[in-house]
Design a protein around this ligand. Structure first.
Ligand SMILES: Cc1ncc(COP(=O)(O)O)c(C=O)c1O
Length: 478
């Protein structure tokens, strides 16, 4: 099959003309045209290979043949909506349920992470009869109106938008640069006490809590790993107030954390959310997603009397693809790979911290790892431009990585789960060389070496597009 229909410049021209300008392209100054991909590698129109360190959608590897075959075979046979009986739907629901605690037994299949979270809010509102939602600072939960309202990652950028009274923002449980840090005697309690305070203040104003929603590990928010016990304590406060807990696993689910299948399970068996939302990796690139909840919540939703119908959700093709993804994770032991390769990656990145003053923190389980760059390890001054330079230089080395978090200074690793030891070694070696160059230019030394004034840097750093001297702090990645 021809991989390219148009010359690259023509593609760029047509994109500018016909695609909404707020749909950003990576490296807009010199965008990459990808025409095919396999495993953890993507290829441009000239056959140049790129190592993909960020695509958690191509979870079991780009264009995995088993997934492609499952979709094609089912498409040849039948695709229709879930108003007809079909074995794929029920078998898939049963397989997904088997990865979750027993209480989470009822599935609603939808088509994107946003749809899943929007439905989760509806379930919470209907079940509790309450309205207020507690979300975490810097969170992103989706692009539809109901979710922009609970996504500080987005609404902080909209100074002209009146913020909803029924939405409460709790501090991100970030023990590196957050309100309570690793040296706090009990950060889990301190952060959960903040949620308790929010609930009390909401009650004083006449509000009633419907839900607390959070990613099990914050991704866009800067690869934040909540302290152990945080969710249990939050859940106790929220349930006491009559609310439910929604775990957004859209980015981090399906074995990525290595030791467990779901991110929320890192907190221990005594924490079970009331609603779990899934997306991105679930279909390896096929648009599908799911909301799983308890029988009680599902019954309350039913009691509204309104049918829930979703034209594409749970169709036989999507379910065949979802089943194939689960099979590949199992057959190729990709969760085990995430554990092993993730540990190797974290170890190598940890060594960078000993060599490079710019590396402030390395954190994350499995193949969900963040590297926070700082100009000063005491003040934690975000090294935003430096992070952009790393990303841009890596692109020149044909490695795709991105930076995120409120200061866009956290390098985020969430590669396809077939990422190898060699891939980890290659990217870390390149980052080492790039950081050495940047630090040399900035006269930066490790704290135990001479610390020269880095204000007298020899050159200006590029922004994410490689434009010299502009320090871009806009959030446009999700
Ligand atoms: C944590 C999280 N939840 C929900 C979404 C929304 O998913 P989608 O883009 O599939 O609508 C995203 C997308 O980036 C996400 O990162």
């Amino acid at each position: 099959m021809a991989t390219e229909r148009l010359d690259k410049n023509k593609t760029i021209d047509l994109r500018k003309k016909h695609i909404g300008p707020s749909c950003k392209v990576f490296f807009s100054h010199d965008p990459i045209k990808i025409v095919r991909a396999r495993g953890q590698y993507m290829y441009d129109e000239n056959g140049q290979q790129y190592l993909d360190c960020i695509n958690n959608v191509a979870h079991v590897g780009h264009s995995h043949p088993d997934v492609v075959r499952a979709g094609t075979q089912q498409m040849e046979l039948l695709n229709t909506n879930s108003r007809f009986l079909h074995d794929n739907l029920v078998v898939y629901a049963q397989r997904l349920q088997a990865t979750l605690p027993d209480k989470l037994s009822v599935c609603y299949f939808v088509n994107s992470g946003s749809e899943a979270n929007d439905l989760a809010l509806r379930l919470a509102w209907q079940y509790t009869g309450h309205k207020d939602i507690i979300t975490l600072d810097n969170a992103y939960h989706g692009h539809v109106s109901s979710l922009i309202n609970i996504s500080p990652y987005k609404f902080h950028q909209l100074s002209d938008v009146e913020h909803k009274q029924s939405v409460h923002v709790a501090p991100s449980p970030d023990v590196y640069r957050g309100k309570y840090r690793a040296d706090h005697p009990d950060p889990a309690r301190a952060y959960s006490d903040e949620v308790e305070d929010i609930i009390s203040r909401a009650h004083k104003r006449g509000g009633k809590i419907a839900a607390f929603i959070a990613e099990s590990l914050q991704s866009c928010g800067g690869q934040v790993i909540p302290p152990a016990g945080y969710f249990q304590k939050v859940a106790a406060h929220v349930r006491q107030a009559g609310g439910v807990v929604i775990a957004d696993e859209v980015q981090v689910g399906f074995g990525r954390v290595g030791s467990h299948f779901w991110g929320f399970q890192l907190q221990g068996e005594d924490f079970v959310p009331d609603i779990v939302t899934m997306g991105k990796p679930i279909g390896n690139g096929h648009p599908m997603s799911c909301v799983v909840t308890s029988r009680e919540v599902a019954q309350a939703f039913m009691a509204s009397g309104m049918e829930y119908f979703n034209t594409f959700g749970g169709n036989p093709v999507s379910c065949a693809i979802g089943l194939a993804v689960l099979d590949v994770i199992e057959n190729e032991d990709l969760q085990g790979n995430a554990l092993r390769v993730g540990a190797h990656l974290s170890r190598l990145l940890g060594k960078l911290k000993d060599k490079h003053p710019l590396v402030g923190d390395v954190r994350g389980p499995g193949l969900f790892v963040g590297v926070e760059l700082v100009r000063d390890r005491v003040k934690l001054t975000p090294a935003t431009a430096e992070a952009q330079e790393v990303i841009y230089k890596l692109k020149e080395e044909h490695i795709l990585l991105s930076a995120d978090g409120p200061h866009r200074n956290v390098l985020k690793f969430k590669p396809p789960m077939c990422f190898s030891h060699e891939d980890a070694e290659r990217v870390v070696e390149k980052i080492h060389l790039i950081l050495s160059e940047i630090e040399e230019a900035l006269n930066m030394r490790m704290p135990n070496q001479v610390h020269l004034d880095n204000g007298k840097s020899k050159r200006k750093l590029p922004d994410e597009n490689g434009v010299q001297g502009k320090e871009s702090a806009k959030h446009n990645r999700t």
